[in-house]
Design a protein around this ligand. Sequence first.
Ligand code: BGC
Length: 789
Amino acid sequence: MATIGRRTGAVGTALVLALTIGGSALAGIGIDRSSDEQALAPTRAPASATIEQKVDKLLSQMTTQEKLQQVQLLSDGQITDADAKAGVGSVFSLVDPEQINHFQHIAVEQSRLHIPILFAYDTIHGYRTIFPVPLGAASSFDPEVAQADAAVGARESATEGLKQVYSPMVDVSHEPRWGRIVEGAGEDPYLGSVMAAARVKGAQGTDYSAPDKVVSSVKHYVAYGEPEGGRDYNTTDMSESRLRNFYLPPFKAAIDAGADTVMCSFNAINGVPGCANKYTETDILKKEWRFDGFVESDYTAVAELRACPPVEPDSGPCGHGVAADGPEAGAAALMAGTDSEMVSTNIRDYGQQLLADHQITMSRLDDAVRRILRVKFRAGLFDHPYVDVTTASDPASYGRPEDLAKSRWAASRSMVLLKNDGQPLPLDPSKSTALIGPLGATVDEMLGPWSGRGTDPLAPKFVTLFDGLKAASSAPVTYTAACNLAHNFDPPNNANPPITPDEEVCAGPGDDGTTIQDAVTAADNADQVVLALGESAFMSGEANSRSQLDLPGHQEELLDAVAATGKPVVVVLFNGHPLDLTAVQDKAAAILEAWFPGTEGGNAVADVLYGKVDPGGKLPVSMPRGVGTVPYYYNHEPTGRPCDATFKWNSRYRDQSTCQPLYPFGYGLSYTSFDVSNLKLSRSSVGRNGTVTVTMDVKNTGERAGDDVVQMYIHDPVASISQPVRRLRGFQRVSLESGESTTVTFTLDKSDFGFYDNRGKFVVEPGTIEVYGGDSSAAAMERSFTVTR
Ligand code: BGC
């Protein structure tokens, strides 16, 4: 258990909160059911009797057909007046407030039972005020960043008439090739759990019927982050212990934080697709965790349960082959625990026939409808079904100054300084700066692949890096694109290949007509050089996996040419995949990982480059050395032949001279230096129900104020099944003045030192637990304690 809080920050104390994670908020993750029933008690608020009565009353009035409409979730392109009148349950991606009201008026005034529609949207890291991508926010190691993002996104979404967000995406992933790694919190279940809980609290508050709150849908349930080969939607095969120790915890944390909806995933685990998986949907989520909200399928995921006909022309989505046809798919999904079907319409279309054939039961259908109605009542939709179109259409409702300030603050806290040899950073604002590179003045790339409504006319103006540098510098700043970027938006017809293949990045002149030679001249003429490199936004995100992880196209040639001037080159990276930076590391003097920083990105990067904000972020993923070494993750299990690059008969690559990634999980530099010392445990032995307090001192040993993230890892060296070599179980970001020090305290209990075995049972085994302290996953300080019987 760790108490996490921000000491100081640019936005001020209004945002300060304490999130308790571990023995309390994450209690259900680590429970030995056989020995401690009390600890199983759900942390969710009990259902309200008043709401339950209303749900029961309404349900008792519904016809079968009305129930089948209620479990249907349609897209903006599908919904018709007839659907609204028939009592359709939910609609997503409809963002025109007039249209929202249009359909809502029909549902509320013309449908027989006047049940309002739930309108949903993918507000992933902002609606119109865009925050850094979630992988960036996770780099802040600050739950307040995630909470602020979710709260601003919820307010703007609710203003538009939306009452559900398909967020947070909490898929732990060890796959840098997977495009959707950008949407989550990286490779660690503990960090992912802290961020998941913070996002739910930000979006829902304590009562999501509030006008500025929405209900969160946690996705993609579950283990979607581990597709074989890193290809989106692909197969996943995993042990029970892996599932429970790595992939379920962030979902459990989100549910415990109050998330009332969940999206089941496209992929199959051990051959069972997420939306037909009774074990995960019903046994774990609804029974074990006592989740009483509803589960919606992902987009056409129910139809995809069907086998594809061998020769027939296009029959729509299909593939998993766990159902022969649409009716079987609908039955499999509903009976497994899927309560609402997105886009495909099998449950609605075939429900009557399935009931008659006893393929589905009325009690399961009733349960699904009851869950949907419960969420609608909790959301206050029956009392406030309509959106105020005037406020929704007012530009002043979006990008409010205080929200832009939060977005800027969040982005600057999310950056990770990977290298700063010879201290070219921070830049001197009184010296001239040459900004070079295809990402230096791009408009929408800064927003990342899930940019919500961040580019529409009501969205605030976004800030390019060029704009940000000019505003921060008192000396001249020049911009030279030097080469082109692939504006890799998906083609309208989803055709392949994409509009611009990755190889064509930086293969020709930039948007401003400049070339690499112009860049060399600009570098020669300036005191300081900043190179903006990386990926275009649509190289990551859904269906955008990559088989290469280096800088796309010819960007390294640009780096080589500019580095050859002899000027120390500062590389700022904008990207969604964790990249293989081996070549960049060799040539750049400094590297700042900025991810996709959002609406205020240019200002936030300038804040860090010119030293107004100390880069205190840490990596939430390991950065690989070569794509052939992935998946690599710090919390891997040991082997009988641990990696030793100097010796043959062990778990190594013959062509790698080290066993380490280029940059490890939890790594990040600062403009100052820190000393983390004095790791102490409160006791040397503990009973299974006891706690151990862990303390460490951290001192700012440098000349400037700055941020560090103190991290605590544990390892169980002898267990009935091999335990990860390290597991993060506590962190705290601290801001310290030069010379200042503080003591950070964590508490460990059985939810930390126990683990799930392959029977799905939580066990706390007697023996030694090693504790490591420091400011990265390579933390060197070590102590240990013994868990007694
Ligand atoms: C994605 C989900 C998203 C849904 C609705 C799907 O393709 O996998 O993450 O919420 O579309 O937009």
